[in-house]
Design a protein around this ligand. Structure first.
Ligand code: GDP
Length: 350
């Protein structure tokens, strides 16, 4: 009867309370990274970036690049567990009259969120007119080929041991790697992975990164990936600022959960950020006291998106952020999260 229901509610509330406490404890002890550790990692990344700038300017003065810069969660306080990775953004400049962008939905692949970069006017400006023609494959600018150019340079012609000994780091390119990555050991037990990420910024502000489609089918070879990171992160922060909310904390806790649980490691920051933004559209209470409720709701919404087999990007709903997962991965993620709903504390491995 009523008493039993009341008791169940009370019980439920106590469970909630303890999940709430455990989440904050997990956040403090496991998720957030001490400021000194972050500073050391940023320092190492900056040193490497400076060396690469000098090297590229000296070795390839005519390569049309804008200034490289560091970015990623390490720079906007969204990194979790250990300060161990950063991206080195390498913006390429393209001649406007020689290259045009084709949205993925207008191609035979019908993939919103990906783009082709097509070479134009070849009859008037023959191959070789653009520096980046050397990376043209079948009439399109190939992100893989761009990555290879940098790979040859960074992995092949830079004397990393010499630079490392000057900086007092051990630096080596990671091979094989999907993207081009440098491993920097900056203390005996501390490693930082720096991804080299070539990037195109289009006139309308769309940024495209040279990070190949994960399901490496041949027809996907030339696709550039639209980056939503800056826009999504900015939006998340702005919402938190408006209502003093805990969306970023919720994101970091969930990122840590995914980093520490191998069965969830496929879930990316971008997917989690979008899921939180979508949840924010229908859920208003993001106070610190509501963290456990929002966390559970986030898990539930992820299960829902996985069941639907699709996660719309919060800012560009046509783009499906699950499109690079295989059906088996979707099932495994869905199953793991579904089981976690009844016992979420198992996710907070210490
Ligand atoms: P974390 O790596 O999970 O901590 O999350 P980040 O927010 O740092 O995201 C880094 C990932 O997003 C990398 O895999 C990048 O390849 C990808 N990414 C997509 N767009 C961008 C971008 O504009 N900047 C950076 N730094 N990474 C991007």
């Amino acid at each position: 009867g009523r008493a039993a229901a009341g008791e169940a509610d009370f019980h439920q509330a106590r469970l909630r309370l303890s999940l709430q406490e455990k989440l904050w404890q997990f956040y403090q002890e496991r998720v957030s990274i001490p400021a000194e550790e972050q500073a050391l990692a940023r320092r190492a990344a900056l040193d490497i970036c400076a060396e690469l700038r000098i090297f590229l300017h000296a070795k390839l003065p005519d390569m049309p690049l804008r200034e490289m810069y560091l970015s990623g969660s390490l720079y906007d306080d969204l990194q979790v567990v250990t300060a161990d990775h950063a991206q080195l953004m390498v913006p390429l400049t393209l001649e406007k009259n020689l290259w045009s962008s084709v949205p993925g939905e207008d191609t035979i692949m019908n993939l919103p969120g990906f783009w082709l970069i097509r070479r134009e006017n070849l009859e008037y400006f023959p191959r070789g007119s653009s520096y980046w023609d050397r990376c043209m494959v079948g009439g399109y600018l190939s992100p893989r080929s761009v990555l290879e150019v940098f790979e040859k340079l960074v992995a092949g012609s830079i004397n990393w041991p010499a630079i490392g000994s000057v900086l007092d780091y051990v630096i080596r390119p990671v091979v094989p790697s999907e993207t081009l990555t440098l491993e920097v050991q900056y203390e005996t037990d501390r490693r930082l992975y720096v991804d080299f990420l070539p990037l195109l910024v289009m006139d309308d502000g769309v940024s495209l990164i040279a990070k190949p489609h994960r399901l490496g089918a041949e027809r996907h070879e030339n696709l550039w990936r639209q980056s939503f990171r800056v826009a999504e992160t900015t939006r998340l922060r702005a919402l938190d600022q408006e209502d003093d909310g805990c969306r970023c904390v919720c994101l970091k806790v969930t990122k840590a959960v995914c980093k520490l649980n191998p069965a969830l490691s496929r879930l990316t920051s971008s997917q989690l950020t979008s899921a939180i933004l979508l949840l924010s559209e229908r859920e208003g209470d993001w106070t610190r006291e509501a963290l456990a409720d929002r966390f559970l709701q986030l898990l539930r919404s992820l299960v829902g998106h996985l069941e639907a087999g699709r996660l719309p990007c919060a800012l560009v709903p046509q783009a499906d952020l699950f499109c690079e997962l295989t059906p088996a991965e979707v099932d495994e993620l869905g199953y793991t999260l579904y089981c976690a709903l009844s016992d979420p504390e198992v996710l907070l491995v210490q």
